[in-house]
Design a protein around this ligand. Structure first.
Ligand SMILES: Nc1ncnc2c1ncn2[C@@H]1O[C@H](COP(=O)(O)OP(=O)(O)OP(=O)(O)O)[C@@H](O)[C@H]1O
Length: 364
């Protein structure tokens, strides 16, 4: 039964002050308590998925219960989530089957944007979300390779007009690489690229996604600008390395999204420290304040920092990214925390379109 006794209210107050292990903000009034003689059943209802918090939360709640009148009762903890669709820039119509599009961008190439996108998407799926990836990094599409798709993979076509995205590790994936030969896009100019990408995006039969991650082409040129204008994006993530030059480029990325009125949900600092594979010593080769000061300057979150890690590279190269290959590793834990923080940041945006979980686009 639902309990509103003094004891329950006191417990509720303590639960409301709990935080996700990686976010500073308290959960607040999102708890429900049910109890019977033997058990206490708690439900945490969030606007983002957080299945991987289960063990940590259970252990922290058990500590709280120990010195409460509920001591000795068995704890049942349910973490529920309901991801809402958020407004897009200029309220462009959303995509059928997709609640939120998140653009992952970098000011320049080679900073680890694709690696971050794939691990972040897989981490989000592990938290319990329905996730897709669109590889829009048209001149160097790498999502297919990182997710272990064989060369020559092609999507099924439904009703002669929709691509059915193939799945890997529970994530739906579309890439220009599934539709072209290796050399095709190299010859394309900007308008062809953006036209083709918009076509893939809208003609893919995305199946009920909470989040679609777009691995954007690196840089802030015409292609990126056009995509930022046309793709109905709920928010963006900027990937940068701590070097000054990458930070300069990252600034341009943030400014581009600001100009388009696309919320920058946070910065991921990649290759942030080097971990010595002999002794485990962490060394901030490029300094350790870059991403943080960038985030401060533009008033955005640092979602997390990834070390320069051999395992990240090797496991992406063999088609099994670290989040699925070594889910218990520290690095996978960082991606999980970034995914939750990203989900929480998007959920806290005030523009939620409560009435329309997905916005239909006509099928013809
Ligand atoms: N944290 C990391 N530690 C070690 N290697 C990494 C890390 N992040 C990415 N890499 C490696 O760096 C290389 C470039 O990464 P990736 O392709 O993700 O960059 P990118 O920014 O998407 O590049 P581009 O935009 O040019 O496609 C890859 O070989 C990748 O495995």
């Amino acid at each position: 039964m639902l309990n509103d006794s003094q004891e329950s209210l006191a417990l509720l107050a303590r639960l409301e002050n709990l935080t996700d292990e990686n976010c500073d903000q308290a959960y607040g009034a999102v708890w429900k308590i049910m109890e019977d003689a033997k058990r206490i059943h708690l439900t945490l209802s969030l606007g983002y998925p957080a299945d991987k918090e289960q063990a940590s939360l259970e252990s922290r709640i058990k500590d709280i219960l120990k010195d409460s009148p509920f001591s000795g009762r068995e704890l049942v903890l349910d973490i529920e989530h309901d991801v809402q669709s958020h407004a897009t820039q200029g309220n462009i119509a959303g995509l059928k089957g997709v609640k939120n599009i998140i653009a992952v961008a970098s000011g320049k190439g080679g900073v680890g944007k694709s690696t971050t996108t794939v691990n972040l998407a897989l981490a989000m799926a592990k938290e319990g979300a329905r996730v897709g990836i669109l590889d829009a990094d048209i001149y160097g599409p790498s999502q297919g390779m990182m997710l272990g798709f064989a060369d020559g993979t092609r999507p099924e076509v439904r009703e002669d007009k929709f691509f059915v995205p193939p799945s890997a590790f529970g994530v739906q994936v579309m890439s220009m690489a599934f539709l072209t030969t290796k050399d095709t896009p190299v010859a394309w100019r900007g308008p062809m690229v953006t036209g083709a990408l918009m076509q893939i995006l809208t003609q893919t039969d995305w199946d009920n996604l909470d989040y679609l991650f777009i691995d954007m082409p690196p840089g802030t040129g015409d292609i990126q600008l056009t995509l930022a204008q046309k793709v109905p994006v709920a928010g963006s993530v900027i990937v940068t390395t701590p070097q000054d030059i990458a930070l300069l480029d990252a600034r341009r990325g943030i400014e581009m999204f600001n100009k388009m009125k696309i919320p920058v949900l946070g910065v991921v600092e990649n290759m942030s420290t080097h971990i010595c594979s002999n002794c485990g010593h962490h060394e901030a080769i490029f300094g350790d304040k870059g991403g943080v000061s960038l985030a401060k300057e533009y008033n955005v979150e640092v979602l997390g920092k990834l070390p320069l890690s051999l395992a990240i590279r090797e496991q992406s190269d063999i088609g099994s990214p670290i989040v699925v290959n070594a889910p218990e590793s520290d690095v996978a834990g960082i991606y999980q925390s970034i995914a939750r923080k990203l989900g929480a940041t998007l959920a806290s945006q005030r523009d939620t379109q409560f009435a329309m979980p997905t916005i239909g686009m006509s099928d013809d």
